[in-house]
Design a protein around this ligand. Structure first.
Ligand code: FAD
Ligand code: MLT
Ligand code: ZN
Length: 468
């Protein structure tokens, strides 16, 4: 017997919804427009499109059955985790009306294997819950980002998320020992055994890392944990120029043990955060550029950090330091709250790029001219992960569908030997420019892989490879 949820405002629901209700339960097939709405627009508000329905399977075999039944009907599938992605990959494109498969009910969280420092976790588990589970077991999960309470493990695998600690631990890819996933024909591959050594051919798990939902639906992941580093110090440095931040960060990478993060922001972004979040200014005067670093270890890493700062002898610099959790969090807020502060100005064009480290200061200087040339009235806010050569170029002002500024910035990045996507992925936002970062031979291989795994192009159409 079908409930009221199956009679949509636009009339009776498609047969597929009834079939899928038998698989995942009636309350997990959302067909009403107001129930679908939160899944149909991305975090930035720039990307949106209607879904035929939202389906929330609760187990891997349910995902496989949903995929098979959608395939029988020729219905494409868009996969969504926490919907914190910033390149429009997890929401439908206008005019496609796919089935939106939400992973939020895939919340398996196994016991930590304390001997191996590993655990198996469902794709829908949030980063925050994974970090808590690791902490409780005396380990740490070292990938960290400000969207930790919503971003899911599956989404982070699919985008190969980077975040705040790549400089020490690498991105999500480095923490993935194996993946379980449902392929487009409904078969399941499962590599959750946790073997540290396993040279038996193509690494299918790593192929799915960074595939942005175009090759398979990740349902569970075998995660590698890291030893916990309980003693931490955070320092915020005000410096005269971006080049100084690059130089100090490089010296720290070479000489300070336990450097976990090296982040960059500027006075305009700081002013915005202070205003938006109601925080006090961190320093008694303004600085052209700010470098935030965190070091962590089993023993207090402050001394090594202070020694280096003394050696560097930076007469024109100011430093704020914190070792206690509340103080560290206070300093981190100036960096972490940039994303929400920028979003408060309007719908941002978010251009996450990387350039060679020795070109970063020059890129920062040139991008101002490029943005003011392409969009004279726009607001530009830059910040990023300086340790990884990764800058976030945020432009607020141009209409959502005007790509002039995106085009100009991404071409500058390519001209300077950089990547059009450092850590957020390509999604729908940058598919048009993929050839700026990938050769035609590479694109041909990528298309061949896509064709082999998803010949009808039903998973995340338009994402990453465009209309390949
Ligand atoms: P979604 O947004 O739901 O999806 C993202 C992509 O992954 C889509 O293409 C989707 O189809 C695909 N996908 C999702 N789940 C699966 C699955 N189970 N199987 C296959 N494909 C799937 N990113 C960084 O890299 N570094 C940062 O520092 C960072 N900070 C952020 C801070 C804020 C405040 C916000 C809002 C975002 C930030 N992000 C950052 C971006 C975002 O959090 C990451 O991209 C994250 O990995 C997305 O996870 P999600 O579960 O929200 O995925
Ligand atoms: C960050 O580093 O905070 C994120 O990648 C989010 C963003 O780019 O806004
Ligand atoms: Zn980032």
């Amino acid at each position: 017997m079908l409930g009221a949820g199956f009679v949509g405002k636009d009339g009776p629901m498609p047969d597929l919804a009834r079939d899928l209700a038998a698989v995942v339960g009636e309350t997990n097939v959302l067909v009403e427009p107001d129930l679908r709405a939160p899944f149909e627009t991305d975090w930035t508000g720039r990307f949106h499109g209607p879904a035929l329905m939202v389906v929330r399977p609760g187990a891997t075999d349910e995902v496989a059955e949903v995929v098979r039944r959608a395939a029988d009907e020729g219905v494409p599938i868009v996969v969504q985790g926490g919907n914190t992605g910033l390149v429009g990959g997890g929401v439908p494109a206008p005019g496609v009306a796919p089935l939106l498969l939400s992973t939020v009910r895939l919340t398996r969280l196994d016991q930590v294997d304390t001997a191996a420092g590993q655990l198996t976790v469902g794709a829908g588990v949030t980063l925050g819950r994974l970090q808590e589970a690791a902490d409780r077991a005396g380990w740490t999960f070292p990938v960290d980002l400000a969207a930790r309470d919503s971003a899911t493990v599956g989404g982070m695998v699919a985008t190969n998320a980077g975040g705040l600690k790549v400089v020490r631990y690498g991105p999500m890819r480095s923490q993935v020992l194996g993946v379980e996933a449902v392929l487009a024909n409904g078969t399941v591959i499962s590599r959750l055994g946790g073997l540290m050594k396993d040279n038996t051919g193509y690494d299918l798990s790593q192929l799915l890392v960074g595939s942005e939902g175009t090759l398979g639906i990740v349902t569970a992941v075998r995660i590698r944990l890291a030893p916990s580093q309980p003693e931490k110090v955070v320092a915020l440095l005000g410096l005269p120029a971006t080049a100084d931040c690059v130089e100090v960060a490089a010296a720290m990478r070479r000489r300070v043990e336990g450097l976990e993060a090296a982040e960059l922001f500027f006075q305009d972004g700081l002013d915005l955060v202070v205003r938006h979040a109601g925080l006090p200014a961190p320093m008694s005067r303004e600085w052209p550029a700010y470098l935030l670093v965190e070091c962590a270890g089993a023993a207090d890493p402050s001394e090594g950090l202070f020694e280096l700062l003394a050696d560097l002898d930076l007469p024109e610099a100011a430093t704020a330091v914190a070792t206690d959790p509340a103080g560290r969090q206070r300093l981190w807020a100036y960096r972490e709250r940039h994303t929400e502060a920028i979003a408060s100005l309007g719908v941002p064009h978010k251009l996450d790029v990387s350039v060679p480290l020795d070109a970063l200061a020059d890129f920062e200087r040139r991008v101002h001219g490029v943005v003011s040339g392409a969009a004279p009235a726009a607001t530009l806010v830059l910040f990023g992960h300086i340790g990884d050569g990764n800058l976030h170029v945020n432009v607020v002002g141009p209409p959502d569908d005007n790509e002039t500024v995106d085009d100009s910035v991404l071409r500058l990045v390519a001209d300077m030997g950089g990547s059009i996507s450092a850590e957020h992925g390509v999604g729908r936002a940058k598919a048009r420019w993929l050839s700026l970062s990938r050769t035609e031979s590479e694109l041909a291989v990528m298309r061949a892989v896509k064709t082999a795994l998803d010949p009808s192009g039903r998973f995340n159409p338009g994402v990453l490879l465009g209309d390949w």
